[in-house]
Design a protein around this ligand. Structure first.
Ligand code: OOG
Ligand code: MG
Length: 252
């Protein structure tokens, strides 16, 4: 099937800007076509002055795959406009039906060429931090298939990053998401493909195939270790044992 990338990308971009849900895309869109749509969605954000600041992995834990019914690893893009300060506010009216999930985030200290067969992304990481991701599908009822969610920048919404630390042993750290001080989700960084470094290594192959640059200073969300929960007016906090915490406040 040949699809028209541009009109679908305009639909998705408008849905994001207007915080209005749209139906799922037509059936039969391939994975490569879905990434082409995602690139065209992001091109509209770049044309409006936003800057690429990193990438995000999705469906790197069983909890997320089971919650959303999708079991392939996906990659989306992060822009400066999506970033919220630690402790900052997110205006809920700018989003369709936001959810929050706990993440850990890596920062690259140097460029990585994903097309280089010897590329070693783990050694390029210079810091790690806890993060909270606000995801927001542009599709009605938060329902999508693999191609839909890739085209929709993998439900990318907003994200906040806690204090950066040098990378230590991050293979099995307790992860906790709380809402207004009440526990909402518990997990471990080990839920991320057994070790978050595996997520980073998966990113390299997808970045090579789908044309994502991996540059010094970029941040990489490794994918949520637990299921996501609805984000209403509340204070959401993510704690990762040994890495500290990060909070965002949802406001009406
Ligand atoms: C897609 C985004 C998945 C993750 O961390 O697994 C994701 C979604 O769940 O809507 O960000
Ligand atoms: Mg995520």
């Amino acid at each position: 099937m040949t699809i028209s990338v541009a009109p679908l990308a305009v639909q998705l971009h408008d849905a994001q800007r207007n915080a209005e849900a749209i139906p799922q895309l037509p059936d039969g869109i391939s994975i490569d076509e879905a990434y082409a749509i995602q690139h065209a969605v992001l091109d509209q954000r770049f044309a409006a002055g936003e800057r690429l600041v990193g990438t995000k992995l999705g469906f790197t834990s069983r909890a997320k795959m089971a919650q959303m019914g999708v079991s392939d690893i996906i990659v989306g893009q992060l822009t400066d406009a999506m970033r919220v300060e630690d402790g900052g506010e997110v205006r809920l009216s700018t989003l369709v039906h936001p959810r929050v999930e706990p993440e850990i985030v890596f920062r690259l200290g140097r460029d990585v060429d994903p097309t280089d067969p010897l590329a070693d992304i783990v050694s390029a990481v210079d810091a790690v931090a806890p993060a909270v991701e606000v995801i927001d599908s542009r599709y009605r009822d938060f329902k999508f298939n693999l191609a839909d969610v890739i085209a929709d920048n993998t439900s990318g919404g907003m994200f906040a990053i806690g204090g950066w630390l040098p990378v230590g042993d991050i293979g099995n750290r307790a992860v906790r998401l709380s809402v207004d001080g009440r526990d909402a989700q518990f997990g471990s960084t080990a839920a991320i493909l057994g070790h978050p470094y595996r997520a980073l290594r998966q990113l390299v192959g997808i970045a090579a195939k789908q044309g994502f640059p991996l540059r010094a200073g970029h941040v990489i969300l490794a994918g949520a270790a637990t299921a996501a929960v609805p984000f209403g007016p509340s204070v959401v906090r993510v704690e990762v044992a040994g890495l500290g915490s990060v909070t965002v406040r949802g406001v009406a």
